[in-house]
Design a protein around this ligand. Structure first.
Ligand code: IPE
Ligand code: MG
Length: 215
């Protein structure tokens, strides 16, 4: 979900206004995915590297995440959405950790869309963490066992990655899991991204031929 800051700048607003609008865009995309019968949606909300942003912006983003996690429980319940978080949660403050746990527990039996939110997430960190866990155990370094020790254990690899905001890079997101994912880049800034834009990306995805290295 990239482009909040540039969206705000273009409207002569503060970056934080872009993040606020971005939160609303996320809500639209989540409900559209639930409506379409998408089984898994992972949103990259805050990266391990985003901690290096100015303290005030980090604080704003954390407050906004907490607000949504607390406020949107009815939206998730109504739409049968199961919520979980991936990332290094040890860096979050206690009230956010608690809210995350509460929402995970409250929605754990929901059988519709599984919404994963990546918070304080970095793929290299996730991979090193998996390697450390395996090394400390008696288990072997097979690809299957490696996948089981990632944060995304039990969640299939993504079919489609959408990056908004015009940058053509992965930025430390799901590096292991994206091995055969179809990539979709759009210049649309995240706060402007609508359900229609999502439909467009999915239509494009449907036209791709996936061969997984086969002929
Ligand atoms: C994405 O928008 C939101 C987060 C990373 C939390 P940005 O804040 O990166 O917006 P730009 O890239 O500066 O426009
Ligand atoms: Mg950005």
């Amino acid at each position: 979900m990239d482009g909040n800051g540039r969206w705000a700048l273009a409207q002569d607003k503060k970056r934080t206004e872009g993040h606020k609008k971005g939160g609303e865009a996320a809500k639209q995309v989540i409900t559209q995915c639930a409506k379409l019968g998408v089984k898994y949606l992972t949103l990259f909300a805050f990266s391990a590297e985003n901690w290096n942003r100015p303290t005030q912006e980090v604080g704003f983003l954390m407050d906004l995440l907490l607000l949504y996690i607390k406020r949107e429980v009815t939206t998730l319940t109504k739409n049968n959405i199961k919520f979980s978080v991936i990332g290094d949660l040890s860096k979050l403050d206690d009230k956010t950790k608690k809210a995350v746990n509460d929402l995970q527990n409250k929605t754990s039996n929901n059988t519709g869309l599984h919404l994963q939110v990546a918070i304080s997430y970095g793929a290299r960190q996730e991979i090193v963490n998996a390697a450390q866990k395996i090394a400390a155990s008696e288990q072997g370094f097979t690809t299957d066992n490696f996948a089981k020790h990632l944060y995304t254990n039990n969640v299939p690899d993504p079919d489609l990655l959408i990056r908004t905001g015009g940058e053509l890079r992965i930025s430390n997101f799901l590096l292991w899991q994206l091995a055969y994912t179809e990539l979709y880049f759009t210049k649309t800034l995240w706060p402007d991204f609508t359900a229609d834009d999502l439909n467009k990306a999915i239509d494009e995805f449907k036209s791709r031929e996936r061969r997984y290295g086969n002929v």
